[in-house]
Design a protein around this ligand. Structure first.
Ligand SMILES: Cc1cc2nc3c(=O)[nH]c(=O)nc-3n(C[C@H](O)[C@H](O)[C@H](O)COP(=O)(O)OP(=O)(O)OC[C@H]3O[C@@H](n4cnc5c(N)ncnc54)[C@H](O)[C@@H]3O)c2cc1C
Length: 399
């Protein structure tokens, strides 16, 4: 495997960029995250600064005005951003998946048209599989597209849980194009649906008010209602000839890198919970000594630190395998499963360590406790990860 450094080390470039992002998080995100979260407000000034830092183009090649960095470095950046607030990484995650899809499957025209403006963050992307009646069972997609006499496609149907659904300018949307296909996934196509960002009505496409959520606030998750939405044939991902009815495999591939991204978010949340627990447990006294000195609490800290570190190593391993062009489907599933569960575990342990204050909105841990469960669900639930891991395991060890 083409890995220049041991897993725990960063290259000089990786150190420089993650230190820069950490400083940005400490100075610009952590001091204001609670306010944005409590008001469920989109963090526009932070997003503007992220554009200036080039964070929307981390993995987009330099020829399209991006930074051209690899998935491993991206995962390190996502960990740092999520340590501040996972909603911030939510703003770039679907965008990152969109740029991955374009880079891997897009035509030259599609890349030229969208990637340079995506790299600067001038336009942002969402991706949309889920519908009101399905999430895990992607093959049950009902939203459909049919070709009209003028050569365009008309999309009809309802999508659900589209992160960045309102503010995005592009939605990579998976729809049914061949209702007769057997198996069903061979009849799905990914369209690049253009829309007016920040506006509820684009002809044929309505964005209802954002869904109210327990956590993951600030960044909007919306439904998308396609009703006679017209999409030119040139917006079939990869072009009509090569891309029609190829959408399922494209989206599943994108979900694999998406899982590394969610894993990195889990590491960030776990890391932050650990930091908060380490600080509070040394300040708070009970029975005449800091609670960190009570073995029950020391053990909690030890478990949290161990899970955080293991989650980080699994995440970096999956990213490095992908960067080296090696199989990483099972490893991405393992990283996602472990890191999201580690985030939930660490958030809860940190809350317990804070005692009653952990339940107060005055303390940051309350936000982490509400944010962490999203990671158990998005980009495939823990149960679905176990199915992926188990299936790949048996494939690799067939007797
Ligand atoms: C805040 C948020 C943001 C999101 N953003 C996006 C987005 O940007 N784009 C997008 O397309 N989707 C998005 N989603 C949707 C997300 O991907 C789905 O919620 C997720 O895949 C689970 O699907 P579901 O909610 O339909 O649950 P279901 O699939 O109905 O599952 C319900 C339960 O059944 C279990 N289950 C289902 N099938 C099996 C099985 N075969 N074996 C064992 N257990 C099973 C699940 O693990 C789960 O516990 C988002 C969701 C949330 C909450």
């Amino acid at each position: 495997m083409a890995v220049a450094v041991p897993f725990e080390e960063k290259t000089e470039d990786q150190k420089a960029i993650t230190e820069m992002v950490r400083q940005f998080v400490d100075e610009q995100i952590l001091p204001v995250a609670e306010r944005y979260d409590h008001e469920d407000e989109f963090p526009e000034p932070i997003v503007e600064q992220m554009k200036e830092l080039g964070l929307f183009g981390v993995t987009i090649p330099e020829e399209y005005s991006g930074m051209g960095l690899d998935l491993t470095t991206y995962a390190m950046i996502v960990e740092e951003l999520s340590r501040g607030w996972i909603s911030i990484s939510g703003v770039i995650n679907t965008h990152f998946i969109g740029s991955y899809l374009l880079l891997k499957y897009g035509t030259d025209e599609q890349k030229q048209k969208y990637l340079p403006r995506m790299a600067t963050g001038e336009i942002r992307a969402a991706f949309s599989l889920s519908e009101p009646e399905l999430g895990s069972d992607v093959q049950a997609i009902k939203t459909s597209a049919r070709k009209l006499d003028d050569g365009t496609y008309e999309i009809n149907g309802q999508k659900m849980w589209v992160t960045n659904g309102l503010r995005s300018a592009l939605v990579f949307v998976l729809v049914k194009t061949d209702p007769e296909a057997e198996p069903r996934h061979k009849g799905f196509t990914c369209f690049i649906a253009e829309k007016e960002p920040g506006v509820a009505e684009t002809p044929g496409l309505t964005v209802p008010p954002k869904i109210r959520k327990m956590g993951y606030k600030g960044v909007e998750s919306t439904e998308l209602v396609f009703d006679g939405y017209r999409c030119p044939a040139e917006n079939v991902l990869g072009g009509e000839e090569a891309g029609l009815n190829k959408g399922f495999a494209q989206m599943m591939d994108a979900l694999e890198v998406g899982r590394v991204n969610v894993a990195a978010r889990g590491v960030g949340v776990a890391q932050r919970a650990l930091e908060l627990a380490l600080r509070y447990s040394q300040e708070r006294k009970a029975f005449g000594k800091p609670i960190a000195q009570h073995q029950a609490i020391t053990f909690k800290l030890a478990d949290m630190a161990t899970q955080t570190e293991a989650a980080r190593l699994l995440t970096l391993r999956a990213a490095r395998l992908k960067d080296a062009g090696l199989r990483s489907d099972m490893e991405a599933g393992m990283a996602k499963l472990f890191a999201s569960e580690a985030a939930r575990f660490c958030a809860e342990e940190c809350l317990r360590i804070h005692g009653g204050y952990g339940y107060s909105k005055e303390y940051e841990i309350e936000r982490l406790y509400r944010d962490a469960p999203l990671l158990l669900i998005g980009e495939g639930t823990s149960e679905i990860q176990k199915m992926v891991i188990g299936r790949k395991l048996l494939e690799r060890h067939r007797i």
